[in-house]
Design a protein around this ligand. Structure first.
Ligand code: GAZ
Length: 264
């Protein structure tokens, strides 16, 4: 039986949210995963499938039709494999879920801008911007489920979307010593975050893997781009991350060498 094929970068948050959804539905095997190495030139056959778009994940259906954008693919999977629906079904709850998800792009960008920054003058403002996002999430959770853990009664679509981003933000814990303030104003979002990170369906990556693979982001280079003085990106598959040392934390002062990162 042919299956839909997902072309993806496993360490990327936009892929992981799809893996979480499929794990929740118990349907990981209904999709074939093709791993793409973003540090290498893209296969022209794959590029030809997605005119004008190089970003992954990309889904190819059994009949060759294509879909991109992780949030779109997420809902497609949820609706196509509808036996165990993850999105809310009540219209009001669906609206609240969409509203909650609507800030994921800004949240992701604020976390990435923060980790990629190397100007100490800007650090405070970047930290503040991310905290404002967490504050908004806290307010939403307090409004809609003050005594609970998730946005609704269980880990749902909103949690699929945000958990993969909050896992990438382990790089902020490591490179920026970022923590949520232990105050009443962040208590609800802190409880939600802890439960999201610990959920059994969301264990595709570890903090160590994120910190090692995203080193290049922490010194300003995204998406497998090559930094000055380096011959390899921290996103390369070989040598694999478990054999690499933990990267240095002094991202504001210098860029570590290939050797120091265990890349050669
Ligand atoms: N909006 C798209 C989606 O599917 O949701 C975004 C997909 C995307 O950025 N994919 C990246 C990619 O394929 C890999 S994951 N890049 C290669 C290319 O040719 O475009 C995360 C960020 C971010 C930048 C990068 C990443 C990341 O913010 O992990 O924010 C969350 C890349 C600036």
């Amino acid at each position: 039986m042919p299956k839909p094929i997902l072309y993806h970068v496993p360490v990327c948050p936009f892929s992981q949210r799809l893996e979480i959804l499929l794990a929740l539905k118990g349907m990981r095997d209904t999709v074939e995963f093709h791993v793409v190495d973003i540090t290498k030139p893209r296969d022209p056959a794959l590029l030809a499938k997605t005119p004008g778009n190089t970003a992954l994940p990309v889904l190819e259906l059994e009949d060759g039709r294509i879909l991109n954008e992780s949030l779109i693919i997420l809902r497609y999977f949820d609706e196509r494999f509808a036996e165990n629906t993850i999105a809310r079904t009540d219209p009001y709850e669906r609206a609240v879920e969409r509203l909650f998800i609507s800030r994921e792009g800004a949240f992701g960008n604020n976390g990435y801008r923060f980790v990629m920054n190397r100007d100490r003058e800007k650090t405070g403002a970047l930290r503040h911007a991310l905290l404002a996002d967490y504050q908004w999430l806290n307010d939403m959770l307090m409004q809609h489920n003050p005594g609970g853990t998730f946005l609704f009664d269980r880990f749902g679509l909103a949690e699929c979307v945000y958990t993969s981003l909050m896992m990438r933000f382990w790089f902020l814990d490591y490179y920026e010593s970022f923590e949520l303030p232990q105050t009443k104003g962040f208590a609800r979002v802190a409880r939600w975050r802890a439960a999201c990170l610990a959920h059994p369906a969301a264990q595709q990556v570890t903090p160590e893997e994120i910190v090692k693979l995203y080193y290049d982001y922490a010194v300003g280079a995204g998406n497998g781009a090559l930094l000055p003085g380096r011959s390899r990106s921290s996103f390369v598959f070989d040598p694999d991350w478990p054999g690499r040392p933990m990267p240095p934390k002094d991202k504001y002062d210098r860029i570590a060498s290939d050797a120091e990162l265990g890349l050669v």
